[in-house]
Design a protein around this ligand. Structure first.
Ligand code: ZN
Length: 106
């Protein structure tokens, strides 16, 4: 069956339009994801993951860590636990625990 050139043209432009719409939808989805990540970070940054209070920065074996004044939780950024343990090579775990107790004056 023969198609008129105009129908082929219409199909071509329709495909182009659909591809453009798909691209716009994808850009919109990525923008929403980015905004959601930014919103979550603003809402939770420097807040305790357990009780929601503002975390305070303190030193733990020369490493800056965040401590929650509400529940006593400690937050370590990526690699910070390794730094604390590195400072305590002779008896890593017990000395790290002692350092944690020291932070809370126990
Ligand atoms: Zn807390």
């Amino acid at each position: 069956m023969l198609q008129k050139p105009s129908e082929k043209e219409q199909e071509y432009f329709l495909q182009q339009e659909l591809a453009r719409l798909k691209e716009l939808r994808e850009q919109h989805r990525q923008k929403l994801e980015e905004e959601e990540r930014r919103r979550l970070k603003e809402m939770h940054f420097m807040h305790c993951p357990k009780c929601g209070q503002s975390m305070e920065v303190t030193q733990l074996q020369g490493v800056e860590v965040e401590v929650c004044p509400g529940c006593g939780g400690i937050f370590l950024d990526a690699g910070e636990l390794d730094k604390v343990l590195e400072e305590n090579r002779r008896g890593p775990f017990t000395q790290a625990l002692a350092a944690v107790r020291k932070v809370f004056g126990a």
